[in-house]
Design a protein. Structure first.
Length: 329
């Protein structure tokens, strides 16, 4: 059954990419633009600051994609998804649960808990559930609880990244799981997407690459910082949320903090900021792939560039393979 779902999802997209849901950044416009260009677009439910706003966002996405399909019936429009916090600490757990049932996003990505209850609802209307995980134990639990697919959040991913090498992570998960896998962790170029497929994953999970998009809700200074920084400007620390995450060092220093101090001890967030700054709003997350991002572009332009790089990577790989094969003969 999971193999059928896997193949169905791959057939539903024009390009094997899932735009990751990014807190305070993703919005309906980004989602629609991604889907229109053949890429799965997603957003965190909590980006809509109220339950009413979330209902509006979901209705907007459904309406926009329906209109696009009617206008361009031969065009492949990718499915959209919402990231839903399934932990009971989510104060909108019940309200957002009901909206998922009502507006039926084709894909639901669960975080921080048991996907079982929401999986029952999503499966009932024909949708697919992914669970984002950072280790093997969580991966096995998510599958046991009804997840159809896994988002493997590996080392180098923006925000709450994991610590596993992406290559090793995919290989080990594939020893016990034949369903859909989206792999995230520092990927920003078309050749990274091809490498993801060669490893055995189905989708590249790209977030940081879309932060400096024109449609993004990120602050302009944040977008510009993404285009000006490198891998050496990324710090992995639990200081701001209690969970290790990757942040832009310039945004930390911009807030008047010493990055070195964050690496040496646990720090009381409220003391650091005197309650004037907030994590994610003032301290900006980003993945280790920032060094290859140089421009602020529209979502459609970013996807077009990724596709071009992907096709070029395939061509180079085929040529190299043919050369090696000929040399062996």
């Amino acid at each position: 059954m999971k193999e059928e779902i896997r193949e169905g999802l791959k057939n539903d997209v024009d390009f094997p990419v899932m735009m990751a849901p990014m807190f305070l950044i993703s919005n309906p416009d980004m989602v629609v633009q991604a889907c229109q260009n053949g890429v799965i677009g997603t957003f965190p439910a909590l980006n809509a600051r109220t339950n009413e706003a979330l209902a509006g966002w979901m209705q907007e996405i459904n309406s926009a994609l329906t209109a696009i399909r009617q206008k361009n019936p031969s065009q492949k429009i990718a499915p959209w998804g919402v990231n839903y916090i399934v932990h009971r600490s989510n104060k909108r757990y019940k309200e957002d649960f009901a909206l998922i049932d009502k507006y039926q996003p084709p894909i639901v990505i669960t975080s921080l808990g048991d996907p079982g209850p929401i999986a029952e609802v999503v499966h009932a209307y024909g949708g697919v559930v992914f669970s984002d995980v950072i280790n093997i134990r969580f991966a096995k639990k998510a599958i046991e609880k009804g997840a159809d697919g896994l988002v493997l959040v590996a080392a180098g991913a923006g925000g709450h990244g994991g610590e596993y090498n992406p290559i090793s992570f995919v290989h080990e998960v594939r020893t016990f799981f034949d369903g859909s896998i989206a792999l995230g962790g520092g990927m920003t170029k078309g050749e990274d997407i091809l490498a993801t497929e060669l490893l055995g994953a189905d989708f590249a999970y790209l977030g940081t690459r879309f932060i400096p998009s024109e449609e993004s809700s990120a602050q302009q200074a944040y977008k510009e910082m993404i285009t000006e920084t490198s891998i050496e400007d990324i710090l992995y620390t639990p200081a701001f949320s209690g969970v290790p995450a990757n942040y832009l060092i310039p945004s930390i220093t911009q807030a008047g903090l010493d990055p070195k101090a964050l690496q040496t001890k646990e720090i009381d967030f409220s003391e650091l900021y005197n309650n004037e700054a907030k994590a994610w709003k003032d301290i900006w997350g980003a993945g280790q792939g920032v060094g290859s991002i140089h421009d602020i572009q529209s979502v459609s332009m970013i996807i077009a560039q990724l596709k071009k790089e992907y096709d070029e990577a395939i061509e180079k790989t085929v040529k190299k393979h043919n050369r090696l094969y000929t040399a062996k003969k």
